[in-house]
Ligand binder design. Sequence first.
Ligand code: SF4
Length: 256
Amino acid sequence: MIDTWIVERRASTPAGDEPDVRSPKVKASMQITEIYKSLQGESTHAGLPCVFVRLTGCNLRCSWCDTEYSFYGGKKMTPEQVLDEVENLSPSGGSVEITGGEPMLQERELVPLMQRMLDAGYKVLLETSGERPLERVPAGVIKIVDVKCPDSGEGDTFRVENLETLLPHDEVKFVISGRGDYEFARDFTGRHDLAHRVNAVLFSPAFRKDASGARDASNCLLDPQELAEWMLEDNVPARLGLQIHKLIWDPALKGV
Ligand code: SF4
């Protein structure tokens, strides 16, 4: 069970220094919440068909998290079974997003699996908070690093050393709930010259985690129009991102 290993809070285990408490039996398998095919909802890859592999477990607790169901449970699968399922859903290649939870908590199994996916011809996206070290992520993987803003409640968790791992095809995302988050994202983007380091810097209004029904911006914690006006006023080198899957399907639906 995932809750027998790395679901410890970050504060108790400094990045890169956490004890490996996994048993030899667990090492051979991964803990997977779900694998499904949908349209990519975010990033510059939005709108494209994509297979999502959601790994179980997260060491953060963002206030607006919409995937709390991935914190526990799931099922054990070998990397071979995961790859087989991806190939079943998308036999002719295409995009695969590795997400969670925090997928890098299963780095030992995940890194070689992502390399196998690349070798098989898939475009591999990795959605991560950047709280775990990213040095071992294969260079061919497109990292989408979700730097946490203060209102998430996890604002001090990004591992600054991970900036050195960013490649020109990577993306950095900020989920923004209000003016304080916006100013944090704007200043972080400028201070670290993100616009020249990565393919895209994304500013996304946070969505209510209990959103359901309306498939429009009324479920955003911050009105996208307000965010757009702030970005225009400051001429921020970032693009406004909306979670289009929540505008296509009921935002309460899982597996889309
Ligand atoms: S890092 Fe992602 S999965 Fe974990 S609590 Fe934050 S939003 Fe949820």
